[in-house]
Write a new protein. Structure first.
Length: 198
């Protein structure tokens, strides 16, 4: 693992723990000699994780669509900056630069990027680890929803482990470094009579 793509809110959230976790993650990525890949903004949790990586002597690479977010300010101090034509190109560029994916708290954009990364892992399009920093229980409802999807027969139980979840950014990085993709299996839940086989 040489680089980590971080998905995060361009807003700071309303709890100080969110910014603290972003800063810890950025500093930890730098301390491990890894490159941060992220959305290129200097705002919100995105800016916080980038600043922490840079202040800790690390590298931060930003990727931002051209003229899409007029109110969002590009980070001026990045190691590298890539401008893309649109969001699809942005996500493809970030994925190509990253060896792992981590989501901090965020909104719709963060959720969408996270689910693409984990669904592509499920499909075998990549074998890169995907993690959640579950700060202050932010992602508890999402973790429960994934369990519900499995219980309802839409997701094999073994594949709920594709998403690595930890409240501590340092511990999460340890777990991502040790991640071994599960053996490739059929993503479809099979039925045995009227019962689902997971």
């Amino acid at each position: 693992m040489r680089s980590v793509c971080v998905f995060a809110g361009s807003n700071p959230g309303n709890r100080p723990e969110y910014a603290e976790a972003a800063a810890r993650l950025g500093a930890e990525i730098a301390a491990r000699g890894l490159t941060l890949v992220y959305g290129g903004s200097n705002m919100g949790l995105m800016g916080r994780v980038a600043n922490a990586a840079l202040e800790s002597g690390g590298r931060a690479v930003g990727v931002m669509p051209r003229e899409l977010f007029r109110g969002e300010m590009r980070h001026a101090g990045l190691t590298e900056f890539h401008e893309t034509a649109d969001m699809r190109e942005r996500k493809a560029k970030m994925a190509s630069l990253a060896d792992a994916f981590v989501a901090l708290p965020g909104g719709y954009g963060t959720f969408e990027e996270l689910f693409e990364a984990v669904s592509w892992l499920q499909l075998g399009i990549h074998a890169k680890p995907v993690g959640l920093v579950n700060t202050a229980g932010f992602y508890d409802p999402l973790v429960e929803f994934i369990r519900r999807a499995s219980d309802a027969g839409f997701l094999p139980a073994a594949q709920t482990a594709l998403l690595v979840v930890d409240e501590d950014p340092v511990r999460l990085m340890d777990r991502l470094a040790a991640f071994v993709p599960p053996p490739k299996t059929n993503k479809w839940v099979e039925m045995d009579g009227n019962n689902f086989k997971k």
